[in-house]
Design a protein around this ligand. Structure first.
Ligand code: AGP
Length: 608
């Protein structure tokens, strides 16, 4: 899942390309490269490392020309080397390409091309495309690209330039690619934050579509070369939102944006007595009443949101729910049919496994609703209906505000289904709405305690391991807390249902093991988790607990506590996760980690 950007303009492009590719670095940061053409020469600079490091070495803005491409890589095929960094060229050096995706039949194609005399200089799957274009080039770059993509199997977001052409030819299949319509210039890019400063008018390329981009026009074709009419869409995010706005990291900014993100995700979707999402959900009352099962598919943090959704939906609608890792669901011949609703959760809307899981479900005639944050994304376009989270752009690789916004959407769907199914009487619907309206301010009050959480982090940042425990609806939050710490601080952390400890993991507990309990007061499992805390203390474990404000009894019993306001049991996860996000952030910051671009990770996983 690399980042791609391209520009054809009346002005010099290297400086602009550098700025734009910086905005996509969260998609991959193993190596970076840029190619620029000035109508005579085609010049490339590339190397391994993050953009700032490489730019210091190669000075990208030395590249001349009013047309160019840039790429930041997340290595899949071929080691992280300077040679394997994009852009890649053909034997002549006239063709230069950048690619995001995986060419599944690259080995066969490479063999054929070598037999025809082509010389390969990298270990990548991508290079095969440059040679295919060369092989099919007869003076028309678009035709050569069409011939090349006609031969490749797999996913691609592709940008192509040629020394003798003042146009970029772009092609897309599965991997996201967007065209940005500017004033006297036009862009291609993998994700809108890259170009927001220059334009908010975009065209989303569909699967197996090609665009020919010049300074004053963009034309669209399908892979058979047929002209395609495309709609220009306006992005409602602004460039400012994709900036750090004074925060040290995007992750911290996005944690602090949660009250606003949740308010915007609620806005216009409820009044005092009703949930107003019927049109977005796109299901008739009759369809909802006939639903036999709901299956939630997602990856990573989205999967944790699904586990909370399972708890909410079963509790308030009595519809059975299954939560599936999308990567497993897609290959398991799952039992779904037209009486099944499949909910796909994805911040980026581009996660390959989730996309494939949806397609699998649709093949079995299930109705697919997606919860996404990025408009125009593949998952949105593949689903029967979409309910957006309105978190704004999420740049930090570790997902935070998108997670809590996903929980809000799941809650809205739950109360709506519960009402339609007649499980939730009107009075309860009112109460549930009132509870939700309190959440943004309650999160604001937790954020005001962030300095205290920072102090807690300073006590434990040197620890190499951690356990996260919760019960009931807080069990997924234990998983999410552990994932956040793993992702940004590289501390080995594991989340468990607290009662599972006795069946093995309790063996890990000693005086060096911090154990984080999500131990908020409720009338179901609170007394049980007190027992689990005693078990941990009796084995010398360090107990850090997220507790309900005013719970003096538990406060005395644990080594460190962070209290959160009380709300309904079902909404507790929206509050209990925030201190865990901050704890992970401050521990990672204390350990000097590159929080927004953690090693080996990328913001959206667009390959299998
Ligand atoms: C979460 O912090 C991670 N970035 C990762 O687990 C992420 O949730 C997962 O890759 C799914 O991404 P998506 O929501 O964009 O589909």
């Amino acid at each position: 899942m690399c980042g791609i950007v391209g520009l054809v303009s009346k002005r010099e492009v290297s400086k602009i390309l550098l700025e734009c590719i910086r905005k996509l670095e969260y998609r991959g940061y193993d190596s970076v490269g840029m190619v620029c053409c000035d109508g005579k020469d085609i010049c490339t600079k590339k190397d391994i490392g993050k953009i700032d490091e490489v730019d210091k070495k190669v000075n990208f803005i030395e590249l001349n020309g009013n047309m160019g491409l840039a790429h930041s890589r997340w290595s899949t095929h071929g080691r992280t080397t300077k040679e394997n960094a994009h852009p890649h060229t053909d034997c002549t050096g006239d063709v230069s390409i950048v690619h995001n995706g995986i060419i599944e039949n690259h080995l066969e194609l490479k063999e054929e091309l070598i037999k025809k005399g082509h010389k390969f200089s990298t270990e990548t799957d991508t290079e095969v495309i440059a040679h295919l274009i060369e092989e099919n080039y007869k003076g028309d770059l678009k035709d050569a690209v069409l011939a090349a993509v006609g031969k490749i199997e797999g996913s691609y977001g592709l940008g192509v330039v040629h020394k003798n052409h003042d146009e970029i030819v772009a092609a897309r299949n599965e991997s996201p690619l967007i065209v940005g319509i500017g004033d006297g210039e036009n862009f291609i890019c993998s994700d809108v934050p890259a170009i927001l400063k220059y334009t908010r008018n975009v065209v989303y390329l569909g699967n197996e579509e090609v665009a020919v981009v010049t300074t004053d026009k963009v034309e669209f074709f399908d892979v058979n070369g047929e002209w395609v009419d495309k709609k220009v869409e306006k992005i409602d995010w602004d460039a400012e939102q994709a900036q750090k706005q004074g925060y040290k990291h995007f992750m911290l900014k996005e944690i602090f944006e949660q009250p606003r993100a949740i308010s915007e995700t609620i806005n216009g979707r409820l009044d005092d007595s009703d949930i107003l999402i019927k049109d977005e959900i796109g299901l008739s009352v009759d369809e909802i009443k006939k639903v036999k099962k709901i299956v939630i598919v997602a990856c990573g943090t989205g999967w944790h949101a699904g586990l909370v959704g399972e708890f909410m939906i079963e509790e308030l609608t009595r519809i059975p729910v299954e939560v599936e890792y999308a990567s497993e669901f897609r290959y398991r011949n799952p039992i779904v049919d037209k009486t099944t609703i499949v909910i796909a959760i994805s911040q980026s809307g581009e996660t390959a496994d989730t996309l494939a899981a949806m397609k699998e479900a649709k093949k079995k005639r299930a109705k697919v609703i997606s919860i996404v944050n990025v408009k125009g994304s593949s998952i949105e376009r593949e689903s029967d209906s979409t309910v957006y989270t309105h978190s704004g752009p999420e740049i930090g690789v570790a997902s935070t505000k998108a997670f809590t916004s996903q929980l809000v959407v799941l809650y809205l769907m739950t109360v709506y289904f519960g009402k339609v199914k007649g499980v939730l009487p009107q009075e309860q619907v009112r109460n549930r709405i009132r509870d939700l309206r309190r959440v943004p301010l309650q999160i604001q009050s937790i954020l005001e305690d962030s300095d205290y959480i920072k102090e807690c982090a300073e006590l434990y940042y040197k620890r190499a391991n951690a356990l996260y425990l919760g019960r009931g609806i807080n069990y997924p939050i234990a998983l999410e807390g552990a994932l956040k710490l793993k992702e940004v601080s590289y501390v080995h952390a594991e989340g468990y249902p607290a009662a599972e400890m006795k069946h093995g993991p309790i063996a890990l507990i000693d005086k060096d093991m911090p154990v984080v309990f999500v131990a908020t007061k409720d009338d179901r499992t609170y007394s049980k988790i007190l027992g689990n805390i005693e078990e941990t203390k009796s084995r010398g474990g360090i107990v850090i607990a997220i507790i309900t404000k005013g719970d003096k009894g538990l406060k005395e019993k644990v080594d460190t506590n962070v209290h959160i306001p009380k709300n309904s049991y079902i909404l507790t996860p929206l509050l209990s996760v925030v201190p865990l996000q901050l704890l992970a952030y401050y521990i990672a910051d204390k350990r000097g980690c590159d929080i927004d671009k953690p090693r080996n990770l990328a913001k959206s996983v667009t390959v299998e």
